[in-house]
Ligand binder design. Structure first.
Ligand code: PMP
Length: 427
């Protein structure tokens, strides 16, 4: 007979931290990270509320700032054409497709968007999923498994690493952008594994540099591996028409097995895509857990991405303006003696301050001069690599860029007079 006893003490001990989250080691560690901010009496730089569209400018607490915190690289989010297309789609199709496209069907927008992405990038087919992060996680996690090898750049985005971990394949990073090191690893251990996936990014979002993609294509061919390129920060920003790294380097897009990208940055929406050969896309559509067991892209998100993709093709001058602005920002920064790391004429320009405190103080001083830029602090990067990270957009004006670089140089002088070298003139 089963008796339910109430009030009897458990016959074993459980530490408080193991059942009260506020006392757990991970929560206390998070609180420790906030100390730098509070010690200096500064405001928390995270979760800033923006009261309008984030573009070259933004409004925080009723005040306007020049903005360098948004991936709205070519101004699609908030563009009237994109907003109107989105509004029409919501009126026509509602706000949700409510279930997986596989079972409950899809809207014409889904097919049109996938066709549009495949044609723009130059692959046979494409599939769109509800998040960029979840696209990497589910696609890498699903396509590869035990007995396979995943070689990824050491600075890979979290979503790539999560996917690799999920897959159960052997995971091994290679030094940042170092195709020679990759080739050496493959020469030594390729034969021990069945399938091999090499993952790189188009433009790296912490540093604004990029890999020598043709070398990676050669290596993947030589070693019979799959190559995946995450174009989160290169689609819409690189190549004359914004087609990304294949256009930048003039390589045949079909030589890369998996082009991955997000809809959240240049395409002003939310979601992720894989553009690839039709067999891969078909397989993912019927089997990838993050697609099969997740809702289809909302009509609003599909319409916003599709309208942005069309506008990008009608107005390639957006990409040209972004490239000009990026070059100007980098040149002025270098002339002013700022440490921009490996940034290489992309829309991402870091200013490395060398420690978290300086990055945090500098961001707050710039805020007081009407500039909004995010500090990247330890542990997001190594302490000596702490930085401010500037995202340039096509909508920034040369005046905004001149004003900003000068302000950065002046404020850095006030924090650390030795930073730029004693007698370097202000820009
Ligand atoms: N890959 C890279 C390289 C990224 O930078 C990001 C997001 N910053 C993602 C994937 C995830 O994209 P999303 O934010 O659209 O989920």
């Amino acid at each position: 007979e089963l008796k339910v006893r109430t009030g009897a003490p458990a016959a074993y001990e459980v530490a408080e931290e193991d059942y009260q989250f506020a006392k757990s080691a991970e929560y206390l560690r998070l609180q420790e990270n906030f100390k730098l901010t509070t010690q200096h009496g500064m405001t928390n730089p995270f979760f800033t509320v923006h009261e309008g569209i984030m573009n070259d400018r933004t409004i925080i607490n009723g005040q306007e700032y020049i903005n360098f915190c948004s991936y709205n690289y070519i101004g699609m989010s908030g563009d009237p054409v994109v907003v109107n297309a989105t509004r029409d789609a919501v009126a026509r199709y509602g706000t949700s497709v409510s279930a997986s496209r596989l079972v409950s069907g899809e809207k014409p927008l889904h097919g049109a968007l996938e066709r549009g992405i495949a044609d723009f990038i130059g692959t046979e087919a494409a599939i769109v999923l509800v998040g960029g992060h979840s696209t990497n996680e589910t696609v890498i996690g699903h396509l590869f498994g035990p007995g396979d090898l995943i070689l990824h750049d050491s600075l890979s985005h979290n979503s790539i690493m999560q996917g690799a971990i999920l897959s159960g394949a052997r995971r091994r990073p290679f030094p940042h952008n170092d195709w020679r090191a990759l080739e050496k690893i493959l020469g030594e251990i390729r034969h021990e594994y069945r399938r091999v996936l090499i993952v790189v990014e188009g433009v790296y979002s912490m540093d604004g540099d990029y890999p020598d993609l043709p070398q990676f294509v050669e290596i993947k061919k030589r070693h019979k591996a799959y190559l995946m390129v995450d174009e989160a920060h290169s689609l819409g920003t690189m190549g004359l028409h914004g087609r990304g790294m294949s256009e930048h380097f003039g390589i045949n897009p079909r030589e890369v097995d998996l082009w991955m990208g997000t809809l959240s940055k240049s395409l002003g929406s939310c979601g992720g895509y894989i553009a690839a050969q039709k067999e891969i896309v078909e397989y993912l559509k019927y089997t990838a857990p993050g697609f099969v067991y997740s809702v289809g892209l909302s009509p609003a998100n599909a319409a916003a991405a599709l309208a942005s993709l069309n506008l990008l093709q009608e107005e390639p001058e957006r990409v040209a303006r972004l490239a000009e602005n990026s070059r100007l920002f980098l040149r002025l920064s270098k002339d002013a003696g700022l440490n921009t790391g490996g940034s290489n004429n992309t829309a991402v320009v870091p200013v490395i301050t060398g420690n978290s405190e300086h990055a945090l103080v500098l961001s707050q001083l710039l805020r007081s001069r009407g500039i909004n830029v995010q500090p990247i602090l330890y542990p997001a990067v190594e302490e000596r690599a702490a930085r401010l990270r500037f995202f340039i957009t096509s909508n920034h004006t040369p005046e905004q860029i001149h004003y900003t670089v000068r302000a950065v140089a002046e404020e850095l002088d006030s924090i650390d007079p030795s930073y730029r070298g004693a007698d370097r003139p202000l820009p």
